[in-house]
Design a protein around this ligand. Sequence first.
Ligand SMILES: Nc1nc2c(c(=O)[nH]1)N[C@H]1C(S)=C(S)[C@@H](COP(=O)(O)O)O[C@H]1N2
Ligand SMILES: [Mo]
Length: 334
Amino acid sequence: MLIKKPSDIKPSEITSESAYISRRSLVKAMAASGLVGISAKSNADLFDRLFGDDFKPKPLAAMDFKKNASYSTDEMQTTEQVATSYNNFYEFSLDKEEPKFLSQEFETRPWTVNVTGKVKNKGAVNLEDWLSKFDIEERIYRMRCVEGWSMVIPWLGIPLASLIKHLEPESDAKYVMFETLEDKQQFPEQRRGAFGFSSLDWPYVEGLRIDEAMNPLTLMAVGMYGKEMPPQNGAPIRLVVPWKYGFKGIKSIVRIHFTSRQPKNSWQVSIPREYGFYANVNPEVPHPRWSQAVERRLTTGTLSGIKRMATLPFNGYGEQVAELYKGMDLRRFY
Ligand SMILES: Nc1nc2c(c(=O)[nH]1)N[C@H]1C(S)=C(S)[C@@H](COP(=O)(O)O)O[C@H]1N2
Ligand SMILES: [Mo]
């Protein structure tokens, strides 16, 4: 159907023409330069637009969980408002402040995850049934985006290792691949046709080596800040790999595939010279267009809440994960 009746248009699709146009020119500038960093000035403007009080998010249910202090940082947490308002979720928009507005009607129930490939317990599973088998933990992790900003987020989730053990991969499953939902009805950026500049190939895909997937730090997150996952952060289930750049943390997962070959990942496919498969946080390997030695930690939604600090190898998780990469040239495998 090409023409929609007004009653078919969701409130989330309505946007003023002028806002639309200015956003498109910003998007074009971003597309020309790839991912862009953020300046203090653009943050001040952004915070103005983000934290007006006219936004009413859909209510999120509280979850039962136990705190896992041994895997948590005690650094100052990013406020819930910042972490749920400044998002990279390109299926909704390339603009960070838009996903929260565009995602409020995103359907997450029922949610089916397909388990495929070299694994014993294949098939389609209902997420809620599946999760009822596992205890949910809270882990407070640093998250470092490849663009140079970072946050500290209290995630709720289950270790991916527990899930993988339950699925029973075959012995030649050396990698695990993840896929985000593909749904043009719900994701505005997936609707942009052949004549639009497509930002990424859909669906968004990511992958891990099986030993990375089994590392105790790797989390399948289903919530944050004590509640179920907000849609803009990747509801109902997303990956969190705290020693890697944020783009490895694929959102709204509908498929988990076990394979003997290294899978593709969306950002590597899109710009292979700039983004690799491993994407371990590494202050010594600059992005071709900017240094990765420092980061801007976003805490509260104010300018003084932005702290400039040194980026640590493996995002500060070297003790737990450096062993995985022993003998590898991390400049080559970026
Ligand atoms: N499907 C999908 N997953 C995604 C992205 C995306 O655009 N689409 N963006 C990635 C990037 S670049 C980052 S930094 C994190 C952001 O997660 P957050 O919005 O919860 O902070 O999600 C990652 N996962
Ligand atoms: Mo990112």
